[in-house]
Design a protein around this ligand. Structure first.
Ligand code: SAM
Ligand code: SF4
Length: 320
């Protein structure tokens, strides 16, 4: 379906839980309210919404959270969404802690790609930023995803004075493993204890010094707004998601479903549509609300203006 700005909306991010087994400082503020399971959409509800979404042209789904792999049955949901006639692709974004354990189930479910979030490869810094994460388990998860042959990417949020010195290490890691590393600019959402973000321009110039042969790669690597760079002859690439410094909104293709059943037309604004009442009705009732969300999608984000109606929920409640 096209929105009012002529963009094709064919991608839905589905957050299946607000809960997480990490507490990344920029994502999950202290004291965040724990949502009871009764307020979270059931898998049956999510599947009905996904089915309705395929009827309005959504063909690609991302399973996210909170941490999606802490909700039991995540791989079963992926298998069921994959089985919908209109589905082309189902992918997941995970912090990787439970990835090695669930990799066989995800593969059996037919997952199309796996994004693992990793901000640092230094054990102490990892403990600091995630507050309770285990780097060894995450690295094991990444290795198992790569070994499965399923397309694997790393997502990293660069922060001044924290992990900026590791940017070359991440690039080296990506080229050595033949996978993509994507640098995502820190966004002013739900940050209780965030450092300062680093612009992708700074990252690109740093990497170009080390890899002068780095060149733009126009090929499509996924559903996201990343701009890619490659080194001719090398497997793996560098993706830059310039959330703050580049206006990527003109190619936005997505809507979001939160775990509590709110459809978000845009990450940046708090405006959302409660889909739960439509779950009492038929598939057309659900589709009407999904279409409404597409219709009211704003032209571009508001991070540079920070208006009153900017999103106040944390990223873990929205799904990133
Ligand atoms: N728990 C999973 C994970 O970490 O991949 C999925 C959910 S998490 C909210 C999705 C992504 O959002 C992660 O890559 C995380 O680094 C990113 N994220 C969280 N808060 C952010 C912020 N303020 N700015 C930019 N990215 C953020
Ligand atoms: Fe959890 Fe992912 Fe947020 Fe970290 S970024 S706190 S792993 S939801």
């Amino acid at each position: 379906m096209k929105d009012n700005y002529g963009r094709t909306i064919n991608y839905m991010r589905i957050s299946i839980t607000d809960r997480c087994n990490m507490r990344c400082r920029y994502c999950m503020p202290d004291g965040i309210e724990k949502v009871s399971m009764s307020k979270i959409l059931t898998y049956e509800d999510i599947l009905r919404i996904a089915e309705a979404a395929t009827g309005i042209g959504i063909t690609r789904f991302k399973i996210t959270g909170g941490e999606p792999l802490v909700r039991l049955g995540c791989a079963d949901l992926i298998r069921d969404i994959k089985a919908l006639p209109g589905t082309e692709q189902v992918t997941i974004t995970t912090n990787g802690m439970e990835l090695a354990k669930y990799m066989p189930d995800l593969k059996a479910a037919g997952i199309d790609a796996i994004n693992v979030s990793l901000d640092t490869m230094d054990k102490d810094k990892f403990r600091y930023i995630t507050q309770c994460g285990d780097l060894e388990k995450v690295m094991e998860g990444i290795e198992s995803a790569i070994a499965s042959g399923i397309r694997t990417k790393i997502n990293c949020v660069p922060q001044k004075g924290f992990n900026e010195n590791e940017i070359p290490d991440f690039a080296k890691f990506a080229f050595a493993k033949g996978i993509d590393i994507r640098f995502i600019e820190l966004m002013p959402i739900g940050q209780s204890d965030a450092g300062k973000g680093l612009s992708n321009d700074a990252i690109l110039s740093k990497l170009s010094e080390i890899y002068p042969e780095l060149e733009p790669d126009g090929s499509i690597h996924g559903n996201g707004p990343a701009v890619y760079y490659q080194i001719p002859g090398k497997k793996g690439g560098i993706g830059l998601i310039s959330a703050m410094h580049g206006i990527f909104c003109s190619s936005c293709n997505r809507i979001r479903l939160t775990s509590q059943g709110m459809i978000k037309p845009c990450l940046c604004y708090e405006e959302s549509i409660d889909i739960k009442p439509a779950l009492e009705g038929n598939i057309q009732d659900i589709q009407e609300l999904l279409k409404r969300a597409v219709e009211i999608k704003p032209g571009q984000h508001c991070f540079n203006e920070m208006p009153d109606n900017i999103e106040k929920r944390s990223m873990s409640q929205i799904g990133g």
